[in-house]
Every structure is written in C-alpha cells, then in structure tokens.
Write a protein that binds this ligand. Sequence first.
Ligand code: SF4
Length: 278
Amino acid sequence: MEVILAKEMGFCWGVKRALELAEKAAAQHGQVHTLGALVHNDQVARRLESLGVHVAENVAEVAGGVVAITSHGAPPQVAEEAYRHGLTVVDTTCPFVRRVQRLAREMAEDGYTVYVFGDEGHSEVVGIVGWSGGRARIINSADQIDPDARKIGLLSQTTKNLDAYRHLAMEVMRRSLGTCFEVRVHNTICDATLKRQEAAALLAGQAEVIIVVGSAKSANTRRLVELCSAQGVPTYRIEEAGEIDFAWLRDKKRVGVTAGASTPNWIVGPVVDTLRRL
Ligand code: SF4
C-alpha cells in the first residue's frame, strides 16, 4: 500500500506553543487548570492530565494556583476574574487570535459596527466578541448586516474557509455601497488552517481513499473530512490506528493521510506505520 502524507498536517504552531506553555507552568507550579480543553483530543488530554494539566470549565471551579487561557483566547473579563480570585494566569492565546481580538477592540472603539464571521458559541468567537466590549456581532451571511451601519468592520474566526469569507466580504461591500461610508475587511484567517486545507485538497487528488486522524470534537478535523469527501474520495476519520477498518482499503493502492490541527505526531505515526505494513 502506498501511503501519501499531506504536506501540512497535525499540530499547528499556536497549539504547540499553548501545550508547551501549559506543560512548563505545570512543571513549575505542580499543576495547572486550563479554562476549557487545550486541544480537542482525548489522548492528548490524558497525557496532559498525567503531567498535571487539568481542565476546568471556568474560574469558579479552580480553588487556587494557576489557570491557563487556551490558544483560542477568552474575553478579558476571564483573566480579570482569575486575578480577583488570587489565581496566577498563564495566557496561551495564539498570537494570530490575539490579533483578531485587538482589531475587534480597536474597531469597536473607533465606532465601527464590527462583524465576526464565525461560529456562535465557539470559544475563539466568544473571546473576540468579549474584546470588542460585547459590541461585535456574529454573522454567517451578508443578510445579517445592519442596513443603517455607516462604518463596518469585518473580521473572521481564524479557522473559517477563506473562499467563504471572501464571498461574504464581497457581498457585504456590494450591499453596503451607497449607504455605508466605509467597509474595512481584515483577513484574519490563519495560514496554518488554510495550508492544511490546501494540502488535504491536493491529497484528495492523489489518493483513492483518505484517512483523517483527529477527534470528532475538532472543528478543523471535521472540515478536512468535508473537504476531501467533497472531491468524491472516500474519506474516513479515525482517532487512532486501532480504528482503521481494513475493508475501507480493499482493492486500493494509494491511501492518503492527513490530520487535524489538534492531532500530534505521536498519534499520526502509528497510523502511518499500520498502513505501510499492508
Ligand atoms: S490554527 Fe492558527 S490561529 Fe489557531 S492556534 Fe493554530 S496557529 Fe493559532
């Protein structure tokens, strides 16, 4: 069986950095509570637990010590609340997410009606809205734009699809012409996501079947599955090597492997080894 690996896959720089910061803090302070999961992957979560990195849903759950804000970021009130509780805060917000938060705050302060192309309830989006002072609105279609807005600022959740964002931005501009003085569009989509999506699309053109390694809870893993399936290639998501169903590979000569941004190499490696042995 020929195994073709996606050119870009697995942990992104921001997630790697967040894990390193949390592990370092746990080694230094004995234990750390992250506010939400650092990555949506159960195997990684178990490994972190063994290193003293635990998950808490909110600040109130943490009795003392250190809390870590995840790479997705959080509204500024979260760190403020942690300080009020006497906790030490380790902020692992990815610098790319930090940029979106900063833009949301600056544009809201400058009188723009700020829109975020994002998923309602996603922690990154909740954080961005928080940094705008609660003023940014979440949209998924140009229909949701206020026709009376005079200055519009448009941002995107970092993991959104660039083409979809481009389409939305063009539609917002088309509809606002004549009523709006200014539409400011920032490309805040993360390169890492885009590169993984492009590499997955390329892979789908080369392989007869695709295996995506990652958790069902991971939005970017699900997106990779959608992307490959949309190209008509049978695509299967697994969390670990043991979940490979050999019936998927019957009569196939080339299998492509990619992995979501929350899947580390030590999980992808055994999958590749298993497939290469076939
Ligand atoms: S996907 Fe991009 S924005 Fe998100 S954590 Fe990774 S590097 Fe940062």
